[in-house]
Design a protein around this ligand. Structure first.
Ligand SMILES: Nc1ncnc2c1ncn2[C@@H]1O[C@H](COP(=O)(O)OP(=O)(O)OP(=O)(O)O)[C@@H](O)[C@H]1O
Length: 685
């Protein structure tokens, strides 16, 4: 257990005196493994020198562009509680730090210290809270607009969002096809993928299926590195990674951080949150930013400099154990201080606030900003268009987090490729692979034939004798055919909910528009459903000996399946979880069966429920099938001497018109699903 941090209560003069020694470390080489970059602030010059600023460079994927990230006075609050108990809680308090080109910066701190919040803010992905007007989050000295964030900042979420059926190579190429302009040659995209596979050491698993929770695939470390590769496809100048080593053994964790280090060496500014890395892995980071309860406890070089800082500012602090890494030590002493009380918890941050190290860091950030401003000015002069865009850029520094999110979240409509290209790529890579997988294909082919088998064997040739008893059986056959089409799509819901994290990440990355995803999903399912529906409807129609037009029977069956498919998509996009979706769709479909006209004829439905029958798409399906079957002379007398269509209030129905109504339902549900996919947010950050 660490000693109580008595020294932390020392006044600022103590901190100031002792810091001078530690602060000298800013000018020396990083104590971490490897050689680059030579000085902590070397990137500032690089960024000023390349003349390409975040606001002025051309489209994403441009190699050699460098971007310095600077944070000044970043203060962020979220609201908690309801009604009169509502209050603001401070998650980040006056944070100042920087990540310069070529630097790998570790963001460290006890659980709940605000590490992910900081990354989310940097990426513009925070969906709630307010950023203090004095906060400045700048890329090359400029508040970024949505397009700049999308182009220059890559974000690797903690949980992998990879497509289980693809291999790492296919996953990267698929992302490249959507993230780069459609006109850029496929060979160039392949070369980029080759380069990333090499940088991330994915050669051995590049042709192995990624797999998922239930199917064996690549290892955890390989999946993490592939996840990083997906974010690197657009060649962002800044990469943010949230706990890239979580859940990995020490060897895999080291390989992931080594890969990040390689990426940093190519000029990327990299910030990564990390938890308890092994000492040799942590030594790969150039700099570290330590947060405690949202305040900066240390920002400086990793390795001996950090050790020296803590030793000189807190002489009463326990010594580092022989086998303990500096990251574990910092985490242990800050977490213990959190448990000891508010004064102890604040002591580390208070000491840093009063230290020369902080003053030096702030001066260096100012210098980096000045250098970036010179580069920006040159770039602006070179491009009037760039200048106009710059003028329009909303000030991220003085905006609320909701606005930040609006800039890059729901408003994020910009994609690198047109919608039809997105549809082609989704279909080619995702559907192309799904169609070859028996786990995906067989349930969709076999399940429609189960009700067909039952209908055919139970009602074999029943249509040969059109008497009152058989007419009732045929009405039941048509009702069951409708019901099976409605329930058949329910199996899609779990797949949709499970895929949501991938959809949200791909949308946030600007890979495609909601309408593209919707069209891909609907066409992927309906292509299979159309093929299966032909033999299924032929079997029922001719073996049960139904009458009327087979084409109409098939079309009604197909359109009903289509409506239920879109409905499954709608429920999947609206439901917050698998449990909700699993309960909502069967409940809604069962309610529709009551009002479909078979169980209760329309005129016998209580008046206050008739509206439900009017908007019940199954009523139009079954009604159209009945009108097709019993039209004209076939409208035989059934129940109580009444012709069957009259009994069911279907005597005036034109089956083609009712099929048209079904098509209208299909369009309406498709529109609603599009709105749901575009607006409903399930991830609150
Ligand atoms: N939108 C929000 N609304 C309310 N509280 C939030 C919100 N976002 C984050 N928090 C809270 O802020 C604190 C910091 O969260 P954050 O995820 O940034 O911590 P962290 O340092 O990344 O923690 P960990 O290491 O455990 O992942 C936590 O207590 C979290 O519950």
């Amino acid at each position: 257990m660490p000693l109580a941090i008595k020294a932390s209560k020392a006044d600022s003069s103590l901190a100031g005196k002792s810091s001078s020694k530690a602060d000298a470390s800013l000018d020396v080489e990083s104590g971490s493994a490897g050689s680059e970059p030579p000085s902590p602030w070397a990137g500032a010059a690089a960024c000023a020198g390349n003349g390409k600023s975040a606001g002025s460079s051309a489209g994403g994927g441009e190699q050699g562009r460098t971007v310095a990230v600077t944070l000044q006075h970043v203060t962020f609050d979220v609201s908690e509680g309801r009604g009169r108990k509502r209050h603001w809680r401070r998650l980040l308090d006056d944070v100042a730090a920087a990540a310069l080109p070529g630097q790998l910066v570790a963001v460290l701190g006890p659980s709940g210290s605000g590490k992910s919040t900081l990354l989310d803010l940097l990426a513009g992905r925070k969906t709630s809270g307010r950023l203090d007007p004095g906060s400045a989050i700048l890329l090359n000295g400029q508040p970024p607009d949505a397009a700049t964030l999308r182009r220059d900042v890559g974000y690797v979420e903690q949980k992998e969002t990879l497509l289980p059926l693809l291999t790492p190579r296919e996953m990267l190429l698929y992302t490249a096809e959507l993230k780069h302009p459609k006109d850029s040659p496929l060979d160039a995209k392949r070369r980029l993928v080759d380069e990333l596979i090499e940088q991330l050491s994915l050669e051995d698993c590049q042709h192995t299926r990624i797999g998922g929770a239930l199917s064996r695939g690549i290892s955890g470390g390989e999946a993490k590195r592939c996840n990083v590769g997906v974010s690197m496809i657009a060649r962002p100048a800044v990469l943010l990674t949230d706990e890239p080593t979580s859940g990995l053994d020490s060897f895999s964790a080291h390989s992931v951080v080594s890969a990040l280090r390689t990426l940093a060496a190519s000029g990327i500014s990299l910030l990564s949150t990390i938890h308890s890395p092994p000492p040799d892995t942590f030594s790969l980071f150039h700099r570290c930013l330590v947060l405690q309860k949202g305040r900066v406890v240390y920002f400086g070089d990793n390795g001996p400099a950090a050790e020296q800082y803590f030793a000189s500012h807190f002489p009463d602090l326990r010594c580092r154990r022989p086998t303990e890494g500096i990251a574990d030590f910092i985490l242990d002493v800050t977490s213990s201080a959190n448990k000891q009380g508010a004064a102890e918890a604040a002591a580390f941050a208070d000491a840093y606030a009063a230290s020369d190290l902080r003053a030096q860091n702030e001066a260096a950030i100012e210098a980096a900003l000045a250098a970036a401003a010179v580069a920006e000015q040159a770039a602006r002069a070179a491009s009037r268009r760039g200048s106009r865009r710059h003028g329009r850029a909303a000030s991220l520094a003085s905006t609320s987090a909701r606005r930040v999110q609006k800039l890059v979240g729901l408003d994020k409509q910009g994609t690198a490729t047109p919608w039809w290209w997105g549809l082609y790529v989704l279909f080619r890579y995702r559907s192309g692979r799904a169609y070859t997988q028996k786990d995906w294909l067989l349930p969709r082919i076999i399940s429609p034939f189960i009700p067909v088998f039952l209908l055919v064997t139970v009602y074999w040739s029943v249509g040969d004798d059109l008497d009152a008893v058989h007419a009732t059986s045929i009405a039941a056959v048509l009702f069951m055919a409708t019901t099976s089409a409605a329930y058949g799509s329910m199996g899609l819901v779990p797949n949709l909910v499970a895929e949501r994290a991938i959809y949200l990440r791909e949308r946030a990355d600007g890979l495609y528009l909601p309408v593209t995803y919707l069209l891909y999903k609907v066409s992927e399912e309906l292509l299979v459903a159309s093929c299966v529906s032909i033999p299924a409807s032929l079997l029922v129609f001719y073996l049960v000996r139904l009458q009327g037009s087979w084409a109409l029977y098939w079309l009604v069956f197909l359109v009903t399946t289509s409506v239920s498919t879109v409905l499954a998509l709608l429920v999947g996009s609206l439901s917050s979880s698998m449990d909700v979706a699993g309960a909502a769709l069967p409940a809604y479909t069962t309610a529709l069966l009551y009002f479909s006209g078979f169980l209760i004829p329309f005129s016998k439905i209580p008046p206050w429920w008739r509206w439900m029958a009017v908007i019940d798409y199954l009523r139009y399906s079954w009604g159209a099938l009945m009108a097709n079957q019993f039209a004209g002379d076939r409208n035989i007398v059934a129940f109580g001497g009444e012709p069957i269509l009259n009994y069911y209030d279907l005597d005036t129905v034109n089956p083609w018109h009712w099929l048209g109504w079904e098509v209208i339902f299909f369009c309406a549900f498709t529109g609603l699903t599009w709105v749901a996919l575009a607006t409903v947010q399930h991830q609150r950050r």
